[in-house]
Design a protein around this ligand. Structure first.
Ligand code: G4P
Length: 531
């Protein structure tokens, strides 16, 4: 296939949501549409259940399953759709942030009763920082929820994005009758059905047509007309350019579990969502149509079998064509590598591939060469930007309980950090290791893996930090004075950047006041800020 043809065909995106809003269910319905799976329930197992807080084996098992479904690909309406899976569990939010660097757009699922929830807000901040185009699916309309206009206001206010409804619900909960497709001027009537795709679509070319009263009843028809009038008055007409710029999110209503509203979503997604986009490197902007291959690693997955220490690095192809058994430049290590068994991860199936195009994700078997964020190229020396680290929320000091196993512990923790399981901050004197994560679950995973995979013996001691802040400044004198005053609270990250470990919001604020020329960043990607 020609590169350009392959690029235009591909749509690579992620589905994000607060846990339980319906991400897994929607993913599954999209796969059913695409014929990638035949039965409902196939994706369900991928979910790390909320109860799995201390059951390591369960976590590992779940992580294993998620490898197989890391990329779900299918063809629909002439497009190749690549869905990149994001972990639902909040303790793995950092994984999700990184996966968001590898997608070109996202679908955000909202529960109509809960509206915008904490996890939604955080994930959307990352999308807003990167100007990722977003489509919103308001789910569970078969249940009573918030008023649709109230939901739209909430989305605009708390997510800092303009919205534009493209479908509109007629009632909700017990009174839910279906959605009116504003874009196509048709009515899709609801029937609860978990296995079949709703095909009860009536074309309503004129909303004032009295036939509408007969179909949905006089009162709901009148309400719908009024609501549509309000929508046209309040919201600007849908602009694809504004959507692609990340300024406006089109909104759909439906019920994923009932297969309802999903087709409208998918059809519009195919029509408006972006084909693979370019990415910025430290040298230049790389476009998907560039001849030479390049890509970056956004996720690393350890082998579940402790006897085999190999890992799988997930590489997003950005430009050119990736080919099997061809030497590529590993830029950070300045060495050439070739890959005899690059793998694609299609729904249930794992298969060796010969080539991959921009927008595709390739699984590379790795024996320790890769770190998250690494760049592979056809020879050019350049590094992709934009796999940021965010300030962790929980900090614990790693204590070695067996001095004879220091080497194993050192190696193990470094490798786990390369995989992105947690962040490591080293404090002097004494080379003290502070491990930072977004959730408690990671400490359990790390402890378990250090013991079982590396034979190390350690424990974690809680440290009371509130945030890790990366520092930049043009005023070296002020930096030196800060470093003298705060030496007990300084550490270095994996790339030797200086990090300030602030104990409380107040102490951070004080530091900002006392040292006005220092900038304290809560992400390692200094140009992008996450509050
Ligand atoms: P998540 O991945 O975002 O965490 O959510 P998931 O799809 O697992 O959905 C969470 C729960 O919401 C599931 O119920 C699912 O069946 C339900 N759900 C999803 N879409 C809809 C919808 O349109 N309407 C209604 N009423 N429910 C919906 P569960 O009880 O946790 O699991 P299960 O026993 O149904 O599998």
């Amino acid at each position: 296939m020609k590169n350009q043809e392959a690029i235009e065909k591909r749509r690579t995106f992620g589905i994000i949501s607060h846990p339980d809003a319906g991400k897994t269910t929607l993913t599954e319905k999209l796969l059913l549409f695409g014929g990638a799976i035949q039965t409902a329930g196939a994706v369900k197992n991928n979910k790390i259940k909320k109860s799995a807080t201390s059951d390591f084996m369960e976590i590992e098992k779940q992580r294993g399953i998620s490898v197989a479904t890391s990329v779900m690909a299918f063809e629909y309406n002439g497009k190749q759709i690549n869905i990149l899976d994001t972990p639902g569990h909040k303790d793995f939010a950092e994984d999700t942030f990184r996966t968001l660097t590898a997608v070109d757009s996202v679908i955000l699922v909202i529960d109509c009763a809960n509206g915008v929830e904490e996890q939604t807000r955080k994930l959307m901040e990352v999308c807003r920082m990167r100007k990722t185009p977003v489509i919103i699916f308001i789910n569970k309309m078969d249940r009573d929820g918030k008023d649709p206009f109230e939901l739209l206001d909430e989305l605009e206010q708390s997510l800092d994005i303009h919205v534009r409804p493209l479908t509109w619900p007629i009632g909700m909960g017990d009174r839910f009758q279906g959605v009116y497709n504003i874009y196509q001027k048709s009515l899709n009537l609801f029937s609860a059905n978990k296995t079949k795709i709703s095909d009860d679509v009536v074309s309503i070319s004129d909303i004032n047509d009295l036939a509408l009263n007969e179909i949905v009843g006089e009162k709901p028809a009148e309400e719908l007309r009024e609501e549509l009038e309000t929508i046209e008055g309040v919201y600007d007409a849908f602009s694809r350019d504004a959507y692609l710029a990340g300024d406006v999110a089109p909104v759909f209503f439906g019920s994923a579990v009932n297969n309802f509203g999903v087709k409208e979503l998918l059809d519009t997604f195919c029509e408006v969502s972006p084909s693979p986009r370019g990415r910025e490197t430290d040298k230049r902007m790389v476009e998907p149509g560039d001849d030479q291959f390049s890509g970056f690693v956004f996720k690393i997955h350890a082998n579940l079998d402790p006897k085999h220490r190999d890992r799988i690095a997930f590489l997003r192809v950005v430009s050119g064509k990736f080919e099997r058994n061809t030497f590529y430049q590993h830029v950070r290590l300045a060495k050439k590598l070739k890959f005899p068994n690059p793998t694609s991860f299609m729904a249930q199936d794992k298969s060796v591939i010969d080539e991959a195009f921009p927008g595709d994700v390739v699984g590379l078997y790795d024996t320790g060469n890769f770190k998250i964020g690494d760049t592979l190229t056809g020879g050019e020396v350049m590094m992709y930007k934009g796999i940021p680290s965010f300030s962790p929320e929980i900090f614990q000091e790693l204590e070695n309980l067996d001095p004879l196993k220091s080497k194993q512990l050192e190696k193990g923790i470094r490798q786990l950090i390369d995989e992105g399981v947690a962040q490591l901050f080293v404090q002097q004197p004494g080379n003290r290791k502070i491990v930072g994560t977004v959730g408690q679950l990671q400490f359990e995973v790390i402890n378990y893996r250090l013991i079982h995979e590396y034979g190390a013996n350690c424990r974690f001691v809680p440290r009371n930090y509130f945030k890790a802040c990366w520092i930049t400044t043009d005023n070296n004198e002020q930096l030196q004075s800060f470093m003298r005053a705060k030496s007990n609270y300084l550490a270095t990250d994996k790339d030797d950047n200086i990090v300030f470990l602030a104990e409380t919001p107040f102490l951070l604020q004080m530091a900002e006041q006392d040292y006005p020329e220092l900038v304290f960043h809560k992400t390692s990607e200094f140009k992008l800020e996450l509050s």
